[in-house]
Ligand binder design. Structure first.
Ligand SMILES: [Zn+2]
Ligand SMILES: [Zn+2]
Length: 126
């Protein structure tokens, strides 16, 4: 599933990665430890259960800004207006918690593990 954490069955040195794209048989994985992206047969990947990972979140957030040609301004701990929020990501539907997740310095929305924030939001009608 896009946005889920995985490890490689035989290459433990890769650490944990996040799925950026996938088909029924292969998945493209970003490995934050080495900043490398590769595509693997899903048979070689094991899904991990991680609640949050600041490094991966910020890397994917920055990547989204790059694709939007916007200057990246970073993330911060969720402010008072977000602290008690419980919502979900508009892009991947992952749960977002103000008590756990970071917020975007540009739009003030909570930033998802997939890197989505309000900056790329296209609205309910696209
Ligand atoms: Zn998301
Ligand atoms: Zn934003």
């Amino acid at each position: 599933m896009i946005g889920s954490y995985v490890t490689h069955k035989t290459k433990a040195s890769l650490g944990e990665g996040i799925v950026l794209d996938e088909t029924s048989s292969v998945a493209t994985v970003l490995w934050p430890a080495s900043s490398e992206t590769h595509t693997y047969s899903k048979d070689f990947l094991i899904t991990c259960d991680r609640a949050s990972n600041v490094e991966i979140t910020t890397r994917l957030h920055e990547r989204r800004f790059a694709t939007m040609s916007r200057r990246y301004v970073g993330v911060r701990l969720a402010g008072a207006h977000n602290q008690n929020r419980v919502t979900h990501c508009w892009s991947c539907m992952h749960d977002l918690l103000g008590s756990r997740d970071l917020e975007c310095r540009s739009c003030g929305w909570l930033v998802c593990l997939c890197g989505a924030c309000g900056c790329g939001y296209e609205g309910p009608h696209g």
